[in-house]
Structures are given as C-alpha cells and as structure tokens.
Design a protein around this ligand. Structure first.
Ligand code: DLZ
Length: 154
C-alpha cells in the first residue's frame, strides 16, 4: 500500500446518518471531492436518504455548516469539505487556521466525529491532483466518517 494513503477494512455504514458539508468556493475541486465522498458512503451501505449534503459558501463556513447538521439533523458523523488555494494575501493562512481549529473544536465539543476534508493547497495543480482520479481524497474521507461513526456503536 502507498504510504501516503490509508486502508479501510469492512466499513459498514448501514443505519448511520452522515452529513457532508461542501464549500462552493473552488467548486471545480470541491464537487468531485463531494461526489467521491458520497460514493464511499453508498459503497459502505449508508442509505441514500441518510446522506445529508449541505452546501455552504466557503471553507470558512464548513464549521458552522457542520454544527448545523450535528444540532439539527442528529447526524452520526460529518465530512467537512472545502478547498483553500494560497493567493497573494494572508487569507489562506487565516482561513486554514480558523477552519482547522474550528473542526477540532467540534470534535472535542461533541461525540459526533467531524472529518477534516479541507484541502490546503499552494497551487491549483495540487488541488486538482487531490480531487480527481484514484487520488481523489473524498472517497477516503467518506470511509473515515463511517469508521469513526461506527466506534460509538461498538
Ligand atoms: C474569501 C475567500 C478566499 C479569498 N479564498 C477562499 C478559498 O480559496 N477557498 C474557500 O473555500 N473560501 C475562500 N474564501 C471565502 C471564505 O472561505 C468565506 O466564505 C468568506 O470569507 C465569508 O466568510
């Protein structure tokens, strides 16, 4: 196995409700990440009606979008998807820092796992290579959500 990837065994998502929060900024990257994530959830046996996809404006909003799904939809796990691409100003640093801390805070504030699905890339090429083909990270994020949600049921 590639050292830069992760393996999953027997992820069983039957009976789980999983939220997927997707930022619309850089949607050419976040849409394929979302699609791969949803495919992983379906492959793991999560019912289509139990996959709740919530669109939000940008990566900064994936935290409050995740909290919304936790509070209002009683999900078993959330995948928070966004894509930050470094520009000429400091936005990348501020948003990446806020989002990573925000997601960690959600993980410690409740028992609902929130999967970190935010790409923080220096170039568009990096973002494309991580959101397409066999390197599309969205699939592993979906599997991660099922695995972590299942911990509670054990
Ligand atoms: C403002 C902004 C910028 C400059 N870049 C990105 C980006 O690369 N990726 C992303 O998801 N969002 C970006 N945003 C938007 C912020 O995440 C947020 O939506 C706005 O600042 C409003 O809170």
């Amino acid at each position: 196995m590639n050292k830069k990837s992760v393996s999953f065994e027997n992820v069983d998502g039957s009976g789980l409700i999983i939220g997927v929060v997707v930022a619309r900024w850089n949607s050419d990257v976040t849409a394929p990440l979302r699609d791969a994530c949803v495919k992983a959830l379906q492959d793991a046996g999560v019912a289509e009606s139990d996959i709740i996809v919530q669109s939000v404006p940008g990566a900064y909003e994936v935290v409050s979008g995740s909290k919304h799904l936790i509070d209002q939809h009683k999900v078993d796990a959330v995948v928070a998807i966004g894509c930050l691409i470094k520009g000429e100003t400091m936005h990348f640093e501020y948003i990446a820092d806020a989002v990573s801390h925000g997601i960690m805070t959600l993980n410690t504030a409740s028992t609902v796992p929130v999967i970190f699905g935010v790409l923080t890339c220096l170039t568009e090429e990096q973002a494309t290579s991580r959101s397409t083909g066999e390197h599309n990270h969205g699939y592993a994020w979906g599997q991660s959500a099922v695995e972590m949600a299942s911990l509670k049921k054990k």
